[in-house]
Design a binder for this molecule. Sequence first.
Ligand SMILES: Nc1nc2c(ncn2[C@@H]2O[C@H](COP(=O)(O)OP(=O)(O)O)[C@@H](O)[C@H]2O)c(=O)[nH]1
Ligand SMILES: [Mg+2]
Length: 394
Amino acid sequence: MERILYFFLLFLFVNLHDIISLGDIMGIFSKLKKMFGGAEEEKEEKVVEEIDDETLEDSEVEDDEEEITEEDDLDEEVEPLTEEKKEKVKIYDKGLSKSRGGFVSKLQDLTRRYSKINEDYFDELEEILIMADVGVNTVMELIEKLKKRVNDDKITDPEELKEVLVDEMFIIYVNDEILTNKINYNDKDISVILFVGVNGVGKTTTIAKIASKLKKENKKVMLVAGDTFRAGAVEQLREWSERVGTSFYGGGEKDDPSSVLYDGIVKAKEEDCDVVLVDTAGRLQNKVNLMHELEKMNNVISKLVDGGCCETLLVIDATTGQNGISQAKAFKEITNITGIVLTKMDGTAKGGIVLAIKSEVGIPVKYIGLGEKEEDLVSFDIENYIYGLFKDMI
Ligand SMILES: Nc1nc2c(ncn2[C@@H]2O[C@H](COP(=O)(O)OP(=O)(O)O)[C@@H](O)[C@H]2O)c(=O)[nH]1
Ligand SMILES: [Mg+2]
């Protein structure tokens, strides 16, 4: 049953049909390693050479030699990564280095310190996962599953449990749902995307980065300054629009955001824009006001745009951990959030927040910020994420 589930999940979410067709049972992580390892070709070649030498020298490890030959065959089956995909692997790699140095190295250390799996080992594992922002409920679920695997498969060595742990994390994220990282664009009318989130999480810079990406796709973009509350917010967005080279609409400070949005969409339609990106003020301190403000903005969009607002993206700062999760829960109560942008992942050593978002908030992460530069904001991809985190561990 477990095996069928694995293959089903892989079939749906991992593009590894070639390997699956070979029918061998490998962990999910091993498959990711096969797929993404190509992005670090030079390093990989060296390792293969070393292994080959050892195998030739030592006749006792004939079985291993056979395995390696098999894996080499597998390598041939894996489609080489495109330059774009290789670039993405590198961005995740770089952006997750702090988490590898923190969260993941603690896991490695745990494995080294215990020669046998026991209650103490699980207690420590639990603590490491909780400290890594994985979220208490998710950690409990994960530990239960691992204990069951240890029992069922008679695993005693922590070394053996490493890959199971990573696989189970992947399964928790993927679960039985189809989580899409795709942005919904409006195919009938102009696409209006609202960005919400508390101050300082990275809304304005995220808008600028996405605007720049859209421009490269030859889309005509308008930025609308709906954060009329905070002094300087309108000016900041105007500067970004000039830097990126997009249209801009902003009213005066303290103007009603909905009326600014109304005029902005009218102007965007006159200019024949494809996408309108709307900055908003994230005053979560006053939930009722914020709820009414967002409701009004949504009504304006519905009035002017066939199909209404196509995305409401909540921006969360990964370095705020559990606080970010609380923000997501609060925003979810006051408006219909369709996706999450998780910024500043490069600034945290914890790395587990993605799993907490999945299990405690249940909204797909659509973009992840892995640095301050435009190219560091990438569409979220659980395979790249899991590989980037655990590539040195397994
Ligand atoms: N290191 C890092 N910094 C980021 C990222 N995203 C945003 N920032 C920084 O976060 C700060 C606040 O961003 P801003 O867009 O003004 O936040 P806002 O108040 O939500 O609009 C800026 O200095 C950004 O450069 C990221 O992914 N990584
Ligand atoms: Mg801002």
